[in-house]
Design a protein. Structure first.
Ligand code: BGC
Length: 241
């Protein structure tokens, strides 16, 4: 995978096209070097079946309509290793082993970095001190852990058993929300926090993702609800390392 260019653009004024591939929506935005938006956030529904080909075809007009950019950052809802997607449970089996970074570099002719979506989201919100956990509440349940700002890659809590034969994702993912309704789902999110906080003893837990806005009432003091746009804003941090 291409490394950041050592041009002035890469260091001082690089513009980043940030792409968030979600189970429900595909989102794009272009950010300047300070993370300020240079375009409106664009969003289109995720095609079904969400094969790599269908997703790339759906993204193409969004990419073409974007203002000029120097590099690309992508958040993917699954395990990502060296810019290759290993799993994408809420997209399609065809993603296993798909070299998304290389495919987008071929399309855009710009260096591209790909990371798990919760990891990207985390980069958009963390303070870089202590243990910070990000849970994303969307189609799936994303989880990312950062220790003093260092990302621990691909912590796939989503598919780990939680209780009553359900995984974490089956307990608080989109399908669960639709099935049990907002009130019970709110209780379930708290149940998950009650289990996770004493295990990881984080300094902060951020709750993000499209459904975080459906959280009502008090949450433990160390929990912060964040805006879903962080899923895109974190894209800029992928070029710091
Ligand atoms: C995937 C995670 C992803 C999360 C949110 C889960 O199903 O396994 O990798 O972060 O969904 O998209």
């Amino acid at each position: 995978m291409a490394t950041p260019r050592t041009s002035r653009a890469a260091h001082g004024s690089a513009k980043t096209l940030c792409i968030d591939i979600g189970g429900t929506g595909l989102k794009t935005i272009v950010l300047d070097a300070k993370g300020e938006a240079l375009s409106e956030r664009a969003r289109v529904p995720t095609p079904r079946p969400a094969t790599p080909d269908a997703v790339l075809t759906t993204l193409r007009p969004l990419i073409q309509a974007s203002p000029a950019f120097d590099r690309v950052s992508v958040g993917v809802p699954g395990v990502v290793k060296r810019h290759v997607v290993m799993t994408a449970p809420n997209l399609d089996d065809g993603w296993a082993g798909f070299a998304l970074g290389a495919a987008l570099e071929g399309e855009t002719k710009k260096p591209t970095r790909v990371l798990n979506d919760a990891g990207v989201q985390g980069y958009g919100v963390i303070e870089g001190r202590g243990t910070e956990i990000i849970l994303t509440l969307g189609t799936g349940m994303g989880c990312a852990i950062f220790v003093d700002g260092v990302y621990v890659p691909n912590v796939e809590l989503a598919h780990h058993p939680f209780r009553h034969g359900r995984t974490y994702e089956e307990h608080i993912g989109k399908k669960a929300l639709e099935k049990v309704g907002k009130r019970r789902w709110n209780e379930r999110v708290r149940e998950v926090l009650e289990v996770l906080i004493p295990i990881f003893n984080p300094d902060v837990v951020y709750l993000g993702g499209g459904n975080a806005k459906k959280l009502k009432g008090d949450l433990p003091e160390l929990v912060k609800v964040t805006d879903n746009v962080a899923g895109l804003l974190g894209g800029i941090a992928l070029w710091r390392y």
